[in-house]
Design a binder for this molecule. Structure first.
Ligand code: GAP
Length: 576
């Protein structure tokens, strides 16, 4: 982001480093009044799109999570970044970032650690802090989770959640009841995530505490997908693996249906959420000329994902990941089903009961016992597993199973193998998950960067944030032409009336009108209302549009409705 925007963010109260009075710690930011309002509006727009309009549920789960959850989810073992330490100044760096910043390698995150060490040696890379060589320094995995203890004394180990997603997975046994066990259904959550980033950087883009907005959408992969007609006209700028590997920068521009038909995107729900995501990013102020969906390279995929597309925005010449739309398959629920006490399956009833053939065994224990001693029970279990999996294994005279690396051969006639017909009314399945996961701070930051402009008005340069009216921190600035002759009182009254009507309003009577307009342009306020002498006489005020600086007069009694319609996108300024 440009220096000017960082300066604006600090000066006008969008965001600034937290705890500066105590020196501050890298990776923690406070949103000031303008930033908090913008962030809240962005979150509300997300909730409107991904919860309300999709008919999904929203929950709010704790941020401190006991260790067994992350043992089951795989985060304890796999949630690592690559760390390299400078032998001289001791500064820690993301080894993949050191490589990416200084070589042509674009996605070092997907390269194994030993190859990253080799790249550091090959390019003779040095510490970005002090310039001492990093060649020969070990590159190691560093787990990003913040550890804590729960309770007094030694307590129980716990972690600050690195994603809100696990809250949706661990509560799944209850959530499926609220969804009446009917797939598909979605559960969303907006809340803090924590990652002990090795090198936080670029303000809100890489922080150690950040707000995530995540949707876990639970589906039966054998069921029908979404109604893609609802997003048929959305064109997706897609940057698939093949194009990246060919070093091309050409994006495919396909509708969801085309992307599926051409095999570019594999899943219907993924295609659907890519379209909904694009619409949402545009709605909150991300420039669609600097936006794309990039597919993860194979080595880049998180430990739980089988495919993932990142929504990326271009900021300051770099592509920034704003959201990941991942196919998490049934990885998470299967893991929790294995480790937890509850059931993470859903019973899917068939429309009509089905007659199915089921292969079973009833082994002759008077044979297995003397033959296999203490292992007989496990051999019987292994035979049952094998019958369910591969009934052809019982075609011959003998059948062989493996228990703890040892093979046991049993005459087929002693297994009691038979295939019988049964009536089934449904089946238990572990749902698959499609997950659109957004970083709210990154969306806020990109919307700011994309809406920030310096232009010229009346021969003077002005800084303006062309934020969409829906997310702008303030919708209306109300000014009296001067604070005398009753203009101030009338303007204050008008501001109070507009607030009562649910609009976000600021009142300003200091300095000349031109300066007041500039102050509101700088924080992205889309409309300003001036109360002048004619307003007192005629009961109509001047409304000024931020982007065009055009003005028009509107009767005071119509003002709440007109401004609400403008904010909600139900009318345009030109129409006035
Ligand atoms: N549950 C999936 C998940 O956590 P992720 O891609 O690791 O996926 C989701 O994170 C989003 O969170 C990212 O697309 C990004 O926008 C945001 N994000 C991740 N790490 C971040 C950080 N250190 N600072 C700010 N935002 C971050």
């Amino acid at each position: 982001m440009s220096e000017e925007l960082s300066e604006l963010a600090r000066r006008r109260g969008f965001f600034f480093q937290a705890n500066e009075a105590y020196g501050g710690v890298a990776g923690f930011y406070t949103y000031g009044p303008e930033g908090a309002a913008l962030k809240r509006n962005v979150e509300d727009a997300w909730r409107d799109r991904f919860v309300t309009r999709e008919g999904n549920m929203e929950i709010d789960s704790p941020t401190v999570t006991p260790e067994p959850v992350f043992r089951a989810s795989g985060h304890l073992d796999d949630f690592d970044d690559m760390l390299v330490e400078c032998p001289d100044c001791g500064e820690s760096h993301r080894a993949d970032h050191v490589v990416e910043d200084n070589t042509d390698v674009e996605d070092a995150e997907s390269v194994p650690t030993d190859e990253v060490e080799a790249l550091i040696a090959e390019h003779d890379l040095v510490c970005p802090e002090c310039g001492v060589s990093l060649v020969g320094q070990p590159v190691e995995g560093f787990n990003l989770m913040f550890e804590t203890t729960i309770g007094p004394g030694d307590g129980d180990p716990g972690y600050l959640r690195p994603e809100t997603a696990q809250g949706m997975f661990t509560e799944f046994p209850r959530l499926k009841e609220y969804a009446r066990n009917q797939l598909p259904f979605g559960v969303a959550q907006i809340g803090a995530g924590y990652r002990n980033e090795i090198s936080p950087r670029n303000a809100l883009l890489r922080t150690r505490e950040f707000t995530m907005a995540e949707l876990e959408f639970f589906v039966d992969p054998e069921d029908d997908g979404p109604n893609l007609d609802r997003v048929a006209d959305v064109e997706l700028p897609l940057y698939p693996v093949e194009a990246q590997q060919a070093d091309g920068e050409e994006y495919l521009r396909l509708t969801p249906q085309e992307a599926l038909a051409e095999g570019v995107v594999a899943g219907e729900w993924v295609a659907y959420f890519l379209a909904r995501s694009k619409q949402w990013f545009e709605r909150v102020g991300v420039d669609m000329d600097r936006f794309r969906f990039r597919q993860h390279l194979p080595g880049e995929l998180a430990h739980y994902a089988s495919d993932c597309w990142d929504a990326e925005g271009e900021v300051g010449g770099d592509w920034v990941e704003l959201e990941g739309v991942a196919s998490r398959t049934n990885y998470d629920l299967t893991k929790h089903d294995e480790h937890a006490d509850d059931s993470f399956t859903v019973f899917q009833a068939y429309d009509e009961p089905k007659t199915v053939e089921r292969a079973t065994v009833d082994p002759e224990m008077s044979y297995l016992g003397p033959e296999f001693g203490g292992d007989a029970g496990e051999v019987a279990d292994a035979l049952a597993d094998l019958a369910a999996r591969d009934r052809s294994a019982f075609d011959g005279e003998e059948v062989t199973v493996e228990v703890d690396g040892t093979e046991y051969t049993v005459p087929t006639e002693q297994t009691g193998f038979e295939v019988a017909e049964e009536t089934e009314s449904g089946r238990h399945i572990v749902p698959h998950v499609v997950e659109p996961a957004f970083g709210v701070g990154r969306a806020v930051y990109t919307a700011l960067a994309h809406s920030y402009e310096t232009d010229e008005v009346d021969g003077e340069s002005r800084d303006v944030l062309r934020l969409p009216a829906e997310v702008a921190p303030t919708t209306v600035g109300v000014f009296p032409l001067m604070d005398k002759d009753g203009l101030g009182e009338r303007a204050r009254e008008l501001a109070a009336d507009l607030r009562e009507a649910g609009l976000s309003v600021t009142y300003d009577d200091s300095g000349n009108i031109g300066r007041r307009y500039r102050r509101q342009d700088e924080v992205g306020t889309p409309y300003c209302v001036t109360v002048d002498y004619e307003a007192l006489e005629e009961g109509a005020v001047t409304v000024r549009d931020r982007d065009t600086t055009e003005q028009t007069r509107v009767p005071v009694e119509d003002l709440p409705t007109v401004l609400t319609r403008l904010r909600d996108g139900d009318a345009s300024f030109e129409e006035l």
